[in-house]
Design a protein. Structure first.
Length: 307
């Protein structure tokens, strides 16, 4: 059995750790509310933008826009490069949050490589950058300055070079790997194909997993007055759509990070509490044994003096 002095040191150490994890849990809880509000605000616009594009497009019209044109496979002379944009966090202590995102990106990388593509990795977040640097996997670009408060300007900076490369025929596709925010307890990784833009996508294709398993509403008949014409309008909406999808991925990953960290810190706080109960019980037993031993020594010494 450990000595009481060593147990006291361990109790103080665990109590200090529990204070830290409880504080981090409270901080993540406060940040989660703001991040969740950004997610809720971003989703309706993304869904509405997808619906408008789907309503305006016809198969003939879609063929005239580079962002919607499907490239030929590499063996038929199509572009050999494909892009994967991985969004992770800059900080850890969030359980398996970043590990799950990195695993999803590696699986997508392997899938594209098996199809004959050379994959360009575009990394956002220090955790993803450090991992692929550690495994000596070169990245086409890396950003660690965005943090957990992404803006539309950040999304534009990320999307513009990729849009230009795809429009020029240099990329075959663009996949975004991010954390889909279902709730604070459920933030699964998701792979979203952003380019080429699908002509028939609407609310279901761009609202995450919302609406799956429910009865579909009748499709509304759009009534638009288009000026100057559909070509000009769709040409302006398509790049905006890609930027918005990347922005939505950024804000959902930021909210998911806070949710995952809050859950991890709550579990750590609860585990520290359980450990303290065991340590206090062990300390009391050790202290009781020590007192009993001291009393026995005192009684033994007194009996020895009498004799």
């Amino acid at each position: 059995m450990a000595k009481p002095r060593a147990l006291r040191r361990r109790i103080k150490s665990v109590e200090s750790t529990r204070k830290i994890t409880r504080t981090m849990e409270m901080v993540s809880t406060s940040k989660l509310k703001r991040a969740q509000d950004r997610v809720v605000a971003a989703r309706p616009y993304a869904r509405a933008l997808g619906e408008v594009i789907a309503d305006l497009l016809s198969p003939e019209l879609a063929e005239r826009f580079p962002l919607m044109r499907r490239p030929a496979p590499p063996e038929q002379g199509g572009p050999r490069r494909a892009a994967v944009l991985l969004i992770t966090s800059n900080r850890g202590l969030a359980g398996a949050f970043n590990a799950n995102l990195i695993r999803a990106a590696r699986e997508q990388d392997a899938t594209l490589a098996a199809s004959g593509y050379e994959v360009d990795l575009h990394l956002v977040g220090k955790k993803g950058v450090n991992y692929f640097r550690f495994v000596n996997r070169p990245a086409a670009s890396a950003r660690i300055d965005i943090g957990d408060r992404p803006t539309a300007a950040h999304a534009e900076e990320l999307s513009l070079p990729l849009i230009a490369a795809y429009a020029a025929g240099e990329l075959a596709s663009l996949d975004v790997v991010f954390a889909h925010f279902k709730s604070a307890l459920s933030t699964p990784p998701q792979v979203l194909r952003v380019l080429p833009v699908e002509a028939g996508t609407g609310a279901q294709g761009h609202g995450g997993t919302e609406g799956h398993g429910k009865a579909q509403k009748p499709r509304r008949v759009p009534t638009y007055l288009i000026r100057p014409d559909a070509d000009a309008l769709v040409g302006a909406l398509l790049p905006q759509y890609v930027k918005n999808q990347i922005y939505r991925a950024l804000v959902e990953t930021a909210a998911s990070e806070h949710g995952a960290r809050r859950t991890a810190m709550k579990n750590a706080t609860d585990s520290a509490g359980d450990m303290l109960e065991i340590l206090h019980r062990s300390y009391n037993r050790a202290r009781q044994g020590q007192i009993t031993q001291e009393l026995a020594e005192i009684v033994g010494g007194a009996e020895a003096l009498k004799g």
